[in-house]
Design a protein around this ligand. Sequence first.
Ligand code: HGY
Ligand code: MN
Ligand code: MN
Length: 417
Amino acid sequence: MTLATNPLAGAGTWIKAMVDGWARFSEEEEKLTRVFLSPEHQACAEAVMTAMRAAGMTARIDAIGNVVGRYEAATEGAKTLITGSHIDTVRDAGAYDGNLGVALPIACIAELDSREKRLPFAVEVIAFGDEEGVRFPTTLSGSRSIAGTFDQAALAATDAQGTSLAEALTHFGCDPTAIAAEARKPEDVLAFVEVHIEQGPVLEAEELPVGVVTAINGASRYAITLEGMAGHAGTVPMHLRKDALAGAAEMIAAIEQRAAAEEGLVATVGRIEAAPGAINVIPGRVSFTIDLRAPEDGQRSAAVASVKEKLQAIARRRGLELSMELLYEEGAAGCDPALMEQLDKAVERQGFRALRLPSGAGHDAMALSALCPIAMLFVRCGGGISHNPLESITSEDAEAAARVFLDFLENFDPNFG
Ligand code: HGY
Ligand code: MN
Ligand code: MN
């Protein structure tokens, strides 16, 4: 397909409108928050299925709440190329994180369907329901179930209201006992290729609408609890205190310092709670989270070990009880060189310079790397802003990315590698 025959003319506006429409499904009026297995997730899943069916796909909700759209191959028994991304969001989210990677492939399939064109392989577009891990301590459960790596023990994980994942799935209309059967067989799957906003500033700085991802950083997430001694803010002398919040403050500064000292390493304390939370009471108990990432798994585990040592030393000196619970760990995932090559070619055929870049953000593709070769196409987002309602893309970039992705699909060599 050449630049002249751009069958996706206007698709950028259509894609943006679809994603903006899905942003209505939120638990909050003025903000976008859509967590796994919520009523908003249910409503969004229905809308995604409708869009998939209108694009010529079959669509269903699987045993763990993923929406699975399927566009059959030209011939029976052909292998499947899987694409898609997540439709759950962080709190007060932008609209395009994840969702763009569902709407854009639907637009591409709709275009193929309009020409009654079938490919030498089937295409599945999957809208995963649990990539952000906002509601339950575990995450990537949707993509892990497709990859066959879902840990059944996660069904016992509970949300802030004490609802278990199993109960939430049943309430959503899913059958937790059928999750294992959702696992795809490696021999049936060609690859997983995810389209996602970059969530960083590189494409904007390079003045490019798209980029090809080389690897996805690995991540470790911990829940930290500090037990000190609550006391009267007016009567306990400073040297006799076991102030859990002051201890947490020292620890958080040490975590930031450790990450800032090393290229490529990032660490974030995203959530903290102090109890009892009264202005005139020395905090006796604090809980906070750590999210630590690096491009190399060895670098990440060394950083985790040194952070643990620092927190233990601070806790000892302050007489605090420290507990660290590992919530989530996913190794760095390399993208397949032959797939990257094919994406590069599609980018160049559509008239753009092919830029390679790493992903600091985690994605469902990390989980799918256990099943098959993976690749990702990044799309420029305004100011590199993400996990923020100011997150934005242009319809021109959405159209450019759709043209590249459709070109990739139509020219995909299933015998790659
Ligand atoms: O945290 C991440 O990198 C992803 O947005 N879940
Ligand atoms: Mn995200
Ligand atoms: Mn995402």
